[in-house]
Design a protein around this ligand. Structure first.
Ligand SMILES: [Zn+2]
Length: 393
């Protein structure tokens, strides 16, 4: 808070007086533009702040299910914890799946040491830069316990502290207190403590777990956008589990949803912050929804890809095509389901991904919602037949 404030004062060029400083502090809690949050921002905030790392998605599953309920005809759960809502379309129409994942990057308690500190392992990919000095919450049978990730006194200045050298301090005098009084045990889930904020330009949104809570909000937005319209397809919205660890949830979702065609929503890294390598990622905030042209898990079905790109152009929806050299998302298992499902991966560009404090742009969320809604409105049987591989001539 202090660091952000002093940066703002520096760029403003004037020294702050106390009333101005207090007003600035107060403004952090309220929307910067003075506008009340709309429904999409409410979804983004509540989904971002809900805890739910891989394998422990229930709080966010309940929240997503609550938001999805009025937008579909029926909701079912899969046995791993995924949420699948269906809006029935015409007989013989294509089954279109819109999928995002419920889980976020988190940690697991590995062991409690003799002094009552916690050692922890990762649930999903992370770098040590993103861990030290972070506030966390340990989710125990007795309820949430706050803590902080720290390391030994006077750590080396020029070297990254590895995770092995870190521990979590939960404010405990002993191992027995940590285990018996606080109820912490090996295997308990740990999440970042991080609250949602609008930044200076209120379209820039700060929070944890935009991967993939922003994707869930986009799916909800598309379901709302198409509500009341007669669609040529059966529209299925899913929140899958365990994308960050095993991709298992998407496999189960595909079995239940039996899609003819699928769009997955996720996030990817941007190149618009200092020091970014444009060859690593070439998307920027506020420039539109990213269309993924390749990941390690999937080359998208080319006719679906081109049809969606043409549709975006026709509707004037900004898109950022991107070749991702690594990575993978729910699109991987979904496109391999059954005899194959034409699948495209759309992502929201995000700065500082897999960190406790990511930044996304509201315009990109809106572009993704519009594009998904356009896909749902157009996905009729002849379109599906054109997307599928042609007969051998
Ligand atoms: Zn993701």
């Amino acid at each position: 808070m202090t660091r952000i404030d002093s940066d703002r004062w520096r760029s403003g060029g004037a020294a702050p007086c106390l009333p101005a400083a207090l007003a600035l502090l107060a403004s952090c809690a309220a929307p910067a533009s003075g506008q009340a949050p709309d429904e999409v921002e409410t979804w983004l905030r509540e989904l971002s702040e809900a805890p739910g790392p891989s394998g422990f998605e229930e709080p966010v599953a309940q929240l997503f299910g609550k938001f999805l309920q009025p937008l579909v005809d029926e909701i079912v759960r899969d046995s791993l914890g995924g949420v699948i809502g269906t809006r029935r379309g015409p007989e013989g129409g294509p089954r279109l799946l819109l999928d995002a994942h419920l889980d976020e990057i988190g940690f697991l308690v590995k062991r409690v040491d003799e002094a009552g500190y916690l050692r922890f392992s990762l649930l999903g990919w992370n770098t040590p830069h993103q861990l030290l000095d972070r506030r966390v919450v340990i989710h125990t049978r007795k309820g949430p316990v706050p803590g902080v990730i720290q390391t030994r006194p006077d750590p080396p200045k020029e070297k990254v502290v590895s995770r092995d050298e870190m521990f979590i301090d939960v404010g405990s005098p002993s191992k027995a207190f940590t285990e018996e009084t606080l109820g912490i045990r090996a295997g308990d889930a740990i999440t970042h403590e991080s609250t949602f904020r609008r930044l200076g330009d209120p379209r820039y949104l700060l929070g944890k777990a935009w991967d993939d809570r922003s994707g869930l909000a986009v799916v909800l937005g598309a379901m709302r956008e198409t509500r009341g319209k007669t669609l040529p397809c059966t529209l299925i919205a899913s929140g899958s589990v365990q994308e960050e660890t095993t991709l298992a949830g998407a496999q189960v979702v595909a079995s239940l949803a039996r899609p003819d065609v699928a769009i997955t929503l996720d996030i990817d890294e941007t190149c618009d912050q200092p020091g970014a390598d444009p060859d690593y990622a070439n998307a920027a905030l506020g420039k539109g929804v990213v269309v993924i042209l390749h990941t390690k898990e999937m080359v998208p079905q080319v006719r679906l890809r081109d049809w969606v790109l043409d549709l975006a152009k026709e509707r004037g929806i900004p898109v950022q095509p991107m070749v991702e050299e690594g990575g993978g998302t729910d699109a991987g298992p979904i496109h391999k389901h059954g005899l194959g499902v034409p699948t495209l991966d759309l992502v929201i560009p995000q700065r500082y991904y897999h960190s406790a404090n990511g930044v996304i742009h509201r315009d990109d969320v809106e572009a993704a919602i519009r594009l998904l809604a356009a896909v749902a409105e157009r996905m009729d049987r002849p379109t599906l037949e054109r997307i599928r591989p042609p007969q051998i001539r």
